[in-house]
Design a protein around this ligand. Structure first.
Ligand SMILES: Nc1ncnc2c1ncn2[C@@H]1O[C@H](COP(=O)(O)OP(=O)(O)O)[C@@H](O)[C@H]1O
Ligand SMILES: [Mg+2]
Length: 252
């Protein structure tokens, strides 16, 4: 828990934010470097994530998507602005509170799977569950992503899509409230990518972690509850989908 900090009061404390939102970001900016070479990667981003919702973040390369996700997940710090996780200010958290936030509350999936080659799928997942606050059994996490029969295989014995699903099982085995995915299908062909998106869709529905998926593939937006488009360090568009299209039916 990020218990060292008192909850930040919003609107003078009138609003019970912990119920309605798992994450609230306000006026986030991020500047890399300084002076003439400064890069303004985020220029004032407001974003709310509700418990269990599935959000796709679109935008051209360099628009600030990864910077935003890294700040939301506590991997990077904002230059200014605030991020509240269940009402607790992670932008003001000390190093040890941030470590606990990343370890216990946030699951990450990246484009490259970063599995340990000398450990089986189940052992890769167990690495995380051994240190997590509220783990689910590695075998159950692997079954959720359709890899029950592959639990004892090594990464080299698995396809790219299967390795990415192990990475998803590893990310969700800690029962995170937030699942942050940066281009999870970026290295995969479309057929394999669909199996990965199906795994994300299923774990989102069954475990209820608020899920944010960065992609530059606009077709993927159809599977989301909500689609956020970034441009030049800002949110250019934020709209809700009427329905979530199953990944299998998406054309991309
Ligand atoms: N560590 C860094 N140092 C300097 N500039 C960076 C760094 N990370 C990202 N940037 C710059 O910030 C901007 C946003 O990058 P990024 O968030 O990676 O965008 P996206 O994920 O949408 O492609 C880009 O101009 C990028 O070059
Ligand atoms: Mg990126």
């Amino acid at each position: 828990m990020i218990s060292a900090q008192a909850p930040v009061k919003e609107n003078g404390g009138a609003e019970p934010s912990a119920v309605a939102y798992v994450l609230r970001a306000r006026a986030l900016t991020k500047t890399y470097g300084e002076g003439a070479s400064a890069v303004h990667a985020l220029k004032g981003v407001d974003l709310d994530l509700r418990p269990g919702e599935f959000v796709v973040i679109l935008g051209p390369s360099g628009s600030g998507k990864s910077t935003l996700l890294n700040i939301l997940g506590g991997l990077d710090t904002a230059t200014s602005g605030q991020v509240l996780f269940n009402g607790l200010d992670i932008t003001a958290a000390d190093t040890s509170a941030l470590t606990k936030y990343r370890r216990d509350r946030v699951g990450f999936v990246f484009q490259f799977y970063n599995l340990i080659a000398s450990l089986t799928a189940e052992e890769n997942v167990a690495l995380v569950t051994e240190i997590a606050r509220a783990p689910i059994p590695p075998a159950k996490a692997l079954a959720l992503v359709g890899l029950g029969p592959r639990a004892h295989h090594f990464p080299a014995e698995l396809s790219g899509g299967e390795q990415q699903r192990v990475a998803i099982a590893r990310a969700i085995a800690k029962s995170p409230e937030l699942l942050l995915c940066d281009e999870p299908t970026g290295a995969l062909d479309s057929e394999t990518g669909v199996t990965v998106l199906e795994a994300l869709d299923r774990v989102n529905r069954e475990l209820g972690a608020a899920t944010a998926v960065i992609t530059h593939n606009a077709g993927i937006a159809a599977m989301a509850d909500r689609v956020i488009s970034m441009r030049d360090g800002q949110i250019a568009e934020d709209h809700a989908n009427a329905t979530r299209v199953p990944p299998r039916e998406i054309s991309w």
